[in-house]
Each structure stands twice: as structure tokens, then as C-alpha cells.
Design a protein around this ligand. Structure first.
Ligand SMILES: [Mg+2]
Length: 262
């Protein structure tokens, strides 16, 4: 089982009341779960701590952010890339280093743009320079803004790439984050699971559900986040199930399992 985080298991800082019983059910049924997110401003270790503060015990290998999607892409398509230039948070750098990459001292093998709330002009200028040199250029995820309930707008990776495109004339060569199926394919490969053995639960049709559908994975939309029932009814992306929340999904899961054993 692959779970989106914000809008699916919690909203902002608040865990949904159905989440812990749902996770206990998965454990009792021996169904593994991975948390998937485009937001790589936190490292794996930081996500584990973040979930723990909400009462969820997770192992680092259960977290799969667009940093890990990027590592998967590089190992498959550009295995010679070892030294990278990263425009991103310390958390992103930590995960990329854990995955075997090193920060380049001089000319990098590739440029990786992520989500960086400490963005400075000199770093942007340096990033644009390496992109202009024609090096492989990856953006971790396409999101233009990061959702917030504060009175502000948080420009995200996609918005920074728009700035870089204006300056260099180049768009990223590849964007591994949702809705690219590269993310969920990475989870399947790491866990040796086939698409037919997996389900993805998320709250956004155009990212979570599109990714699941394109990867041939069961797509379960929860109405606890962004998408509404009306949008679900009109969705052009194939939805295998629409649930009001994780409790609703738990009931349907148990009903399906008892049907199978009876
Ligand atoms: Mg979400």
C-alpha cells in the first residue's frame, strides 16, 4: 500500500482520527505501507521524526520522497552520474548523499533542482550557469507552490524551474516526482512488488491518481484533502475507488477480505 501524506493521513499538523486505526489494520493484515511525497524539503530521517510527533511509527525505508524518485531515475538512466550540483534543502542533500551521490566541488555530472526555502541569488545564478552548460538537468517535482494555511505563497520547485527556464531557455530533462509513474515504480522495485499487488491512496486526482493509473496500480481517491466528490465524478483519470476517508477504506477492505474467505 502506498499512501500520500498531506490530505490523506493528515491535514497540515493534524492527524485524521481514522489514520491510526487504519495503520493498525494494515499491520494486523500484514500489508506493508510506504509514504510517498513530492516534498523533499525534509529528509527521510526528518519525516520519520515528523510522523512520530503525530503518533505514527515509521521506518526510514517506508518514506519515499521525490529525492528517492530522482535517485531511482539516475541509477536507471544515468548511472554514471556521481557528483551533482543541488539547488535544494539540506534534507534533499542528505537523502541524495545517502543514495550514493556526492556534491560536486567543481563541474558536476548533473544539476538537480528541488524545493529550497533558503534560496539565494548566488545559488540561482550558479544553477543557471550549469544548466546553460548543457549538463543533465533534473527537477525533483513539478509543483508550482507548496500548500500552506499561512498568509503567504510558497513558490515550489516548478516555479523555480520557470525562473531558470526564463534565464537559460531550458526546461528540466526529466521530473521524477508525482504524477510521473517513476515514483511508484521505484517503490515497487525496492519492495519487489507488482502493480497488481499494490494500491495507492491519495487526495489529488492530477498527481496521486494519475501516477497510480499510469503505473497500472489500483487508484484509491480519498475525499479528505483536495479533490471533491464532484471532481471525482467528472475525473478523466481512471479511479478504481473513491472513499470518504481511511476509515471508509478500512471497512471496504475488510468486507472484501471476508468475502474472499467465505
Ligand atoms: Mg496530498
Amino acid at each position: 500500500m502506498v499512501l500520500d501524506m498531506d490530505g490523506t493521513i493528515y491535514l497540515g499538523d493534524e492527524l485524521f482520527e481514522q489514520t491510526l486505526p487504519f495503520l493498525e489494520l494494515l499491520e494486523a493484515q500484514q500489508i506493508g505501507c510506504t509514504y510517498i511525497t513530492n516534498n523533499n524539503s525534509r529528509s527521510r530521517q526528518e519525516y520519520v521524526a515528523h510522523l512520530e510527533r503525530m503518533g505514527i511509527q515509521a521506518r526510514p525505508d517506508q518514506i519515499f520522497s521525490s529525492a528517492h524518485g530522482t535517485l531511482e531515475y539516475l541509477s536507471k538512466k544515468l548511472p554514471d552520474v556521481k557528483r551533482v550540483f543541488v539547488l535544494g534543502s539540506a534534507g534533499l542533500v542528505e537523502d541524495l548523499e545517502q543514495g550514493g551521490l556526492a556534491l560536486a566541488e567543481g563541474r558536476p555530472d548533473a544539476v538537480i533542482v528541488g524545493f529550497d526555502r533558503m534560496l539565494g541569488y548566488d545559488r540561482i545564478a550558479q544553477t543557471a550557469y550549469w544548466i546553460k552548460q548543457g549538463l543533465p538537468y533534473l527537477a525533483t517535482h513539478p509543483d508550482l507552490i507548496c500548500p500552506t494555511n499561512q498568509p503567504t505563497v510558497l513558490p515550489d520547485c516548478g516555479a523555480v524551474c520557470a525562473l531558470l527556464e526564463a534565464a537559460t531557455g531550458r526546461r528540466p530533462d526529466f521530473v521524477p516526482g508525482k504524477p510521473s509513474p517513476a515514483m511508484i515504480e521505484g517503490v515497487m522495485r525496492r519492495n519487489a512488488i507488482k502493480p497488481t499487488e499494490m494500491a495507492m491512496i491519495g487526495d489529488r486526482i492530477y498527481t496521486d491518481m494519475r501516477m497510480a493509473a499510469d503505473a497500472g496500480v489500483m487508484a484509491v481517491l480519498t475525499l479528505t484533502g483536495e479533490a471533491t466528490a464532484e471532481q471525482a465524478a467528472e475525473s478523466t483519470v481512471k479511479l478504481d475507488m473513491v472513499v470518504t476517508n481511511l476509515g471508509d477504506f478500512s471497512h471496504q477492505l475488510m468486507a472484501a477480505r471476508s468475502c474472499r474467505t467465505n
